[in-house]
Design a protein around this ligand. Structure first.
Ligand SMILES: [Zn+2]
Length: 192
């Protein structure tokens, strides 16, 4: 249900937007229905018309409603996000369960965050997507297994490298690599 346009709380928020009030950043966000973009209250972008504005308590809420983060004020990458423990938590989950897909998906669900946002946070910190990171772990594990199976000796790094590249070629034709290789794509699924 849409709030009444004269709601006093909404009016306060609108005033904060008009004033570019940075103290309100992270307290709420606003989406512009005509552009599908959401912003922080202090965003320096052109002011939208009041009637096109929708308020959200969090970036997640805005994204769940289908809004994209503004490229100028980056409402998805706030101070809070920089101190956000989620990328580290996700990395730890990947490190522990990269070869146990069912446990992996259980742990990922427990993070309880919109997956596009989680992927972006991870990418911001580690400059790779969770899927690529997981695949890297799986390639190394597979390379080690291959060396064990073939009885090759681990003393030589060259052995590991050539085994890894063989495994990598095998993986690239498998469905494990079905995810698009673009950066932190909005439509990308969390790894499985
Ligand atoms: Zn903005």
């Amino acid at each position: 249900m849409r709030r009444n346009a004269t709601d006093p709380i909404d009016q306060q928020k609108w005033d904060a937007i008009l004033q570019g009030d940075e103290s309100q950043d992270d307290r709420f966000f606003y989406g512009v229905r005509t552009t599908g973009v959401y912003c922080r209250p202090s965003c320096k972008s052109k002011l939208p018309l009041r009637k096109n504005v929708e308020f959200f308590d969090s970036a997640e809420q805005a994204e769940e409603k289908g809004f994209r983060p503004c490229k100028r004020c980056k409402p998805d990458l706030s101070e809070f996000d920089r101190a956000n423990p989620l990328p580290d938590q996700l990395k730890k989950i990947c490190d522990l369960y990269f070869d146990d897909r069912s446990r992996l998906s259980i742990e990922l669900e427990r993070l309880d965050i919109h997956q596009n946002r989680l992927i972006r946070l991870f990418h911001q910190k580690y400059h790779t997507t969770p899927t690529k990171y997981l695949n890297g772990l799986r390639v190394v594990k597979a390379a080690i297994n291959l060396l064990k199976q073939t009885g090759a000796c681990c003393r030589s790094l060259q052995n590991v490298g050539s085994a890894a590249s063989r495994v990598s070629i095998a993986l690239s034709s498998s469905n494990m690599d079905r995810h698009r290789s673009n950066t932190a794509g909005r439509d990308q699924k969390l790894p499985s």
